[in-house]
Design a protein around this ligand. Structure first.
Ligand SMILES: Cc1ncc(COP(=O)(O)O)c(C=O)c1O
Length: 373
């Protein structure tokens, strides 16, 4: 689906980091990686961490997430977004998607906050998720949430390199979280980054990420901390990957375009999002996602099984959190869009390292299921 593309540059970076003697969870590669992510996203501060989930968790703690308060978040997401809320003990309240692209319905997210506030509930954060590398409607959410005095924590785990209205993914909100998990558009094999313009938030998160150790000559602790730092070795890989991020995006965009061209004759099939840059809004094309619609008479289950039988990894879109057994009793504001997309949607192999003949193979298998050559 999205295999990491690594080569001699990553190998060199690893050797450089090892030879430097900084085989530690901090060091010059971590500092440089944080500075480079700031430069890429236009943020003032960045904190390299062991995962995107850790970035969400620490940001939520800093925003005041705890038992008794609410966090509003996209229902259609990977479990990590909701898990981070659960770690804090806050109540997760889920919001449905727009059918057009699966991203959270921004008006519905704002309305959810209004309803909760009218009930006297405290909403400490709203987490919209940039699905499959496409930014949510940041303009509507930014203004709307500011009016409601609710900080936005952007889950940009999947969208590094994407833009919205000329600003980078991760540049919106009080803070944003990236993931460098092995399947993302760029990777450190496992890792994440928290970014923000708020120095206090990042400083506090940095302190919590290193077991909340106080400044003292001995090990002094007044709060519970976490072991969430990124290693210097992995940051070196991240820097080599970041230098190639634009190439990865170009390749993934080209792959998306191959699929678009190959399926243009299939009525009722629809791509989620677009491979184009429209007025400074562009996806990173991390994954190509398709709504199979109803006309072709094949649902997501059937297509995923068919691709699998042909040794091709197709995947269902994220199963919405409000449909998950774990979250079935949670409060959710639902319009049916994410359930529809879950039934009909799949992602197609999109890794930057895939060759054109491998993409042709996917296209051939996909078309054969529809009885087309
Ligand atoms: C939307 C979303 N949020 C959060 C995460 C968590 O990132 P990580 O795996 O680095 O913890 C991921 C990916 O794994 C993700 O896709």
């Amino acid at each position: 689906m999205s295999k990491a593309t690594v080569g001699p540059e990553e190998e060199e970076a690893l050797i450089r980091a090892i030879r430097s003697g900084w085989v530690t969870p901090l060091g010059p590669e971590v500092d440089a990686f944080e500075a480079e992510i700031c430069a890429r996203t236009g943020r003032r501060h960045a904190l390299a961490l062991s995962s995107g989930t850790a970035a969400l968790h620490l940001a939520l703690l800093e925003l005041g997430a705890k038992p008794g308060v609410c966090v509003v978040l996209s229902s259609m997401t990977f479990a990590a977004t909701a898990n981070a809320v659960a770690y804090t003990g806050a109540e997760a309240v889920f919001v449905d998607s727009r059918e057009s692209d699966g991203n959270v319905d921004p008006e519905m997210m704002l309305e959810t906050v209004r309803v909760l506030q009218s009930e006297g509930r405290e909403v400490v954060a709203a987490i919209p998720v940039d699905l499959f590398g496409r930014c949510v409607e940041y303009d509507v959410l930014d203004i709307g949430l500011a009016k409601l005095r609710v900080p936005m924590l952007a889950d940009a785990a999947e969208s590094l390199g994407a833009t919205f209205n000329g600003r980078a993914a991760g540049a919106y909100g009080r803070a944003a979280a990236f993931s460098f998990n092995g399947n993302k558009i760029m990777t450190t094999s496992g890792g994440g980054m928290l970014v923000s313009d708020d120095s206090e938030l990042i400083n506090r998160a940095r302190y919590l990420s290193a077991q909340a150790r106080q400044q003292a000559p001995w090990y002094e602790h007044t709060e519970i901390g976490y072991n969430y730092r990124m290693s210097n070795i992995l940051a070196a890989i991240g820097r080599a990957q970041l230098a190639k991020l634009d190439d990865f995006i170009v390749r993934r965009r080209a792959i998306r375009q191959m699929y678009v061209d190959a399926f243009s004759d299939i009525d009722g099939l629809r791509f989620l999002g677009s491979a184009e840059d429209i007025d400074g809004t562009a996806e990173n094309c991390w994954l190509t996602a398709i709504d199979l619609g109803t006309e072709i008479g094949v649902n997501a289950d059937e297509m995923v099984a068919h691709l699998d039988a042909n040794d091709i990894e197709g995947r269902h879109l994220w199963k919405p959190m409000h449909m998950q057994p774990l979250w079935k009793d949670s409060r959710a504001f639902i319009n049916g869009a994410s359930e529809t997309l879950f039934r009909r949607g799949i992602t197609l192999p999109s890794g930057s390292g895939l060759t054109s003949s491998e993409i042709e193979q996917v296209i051939g298998a996909f078309r054969s299921k529809l009885g087309r050559s």
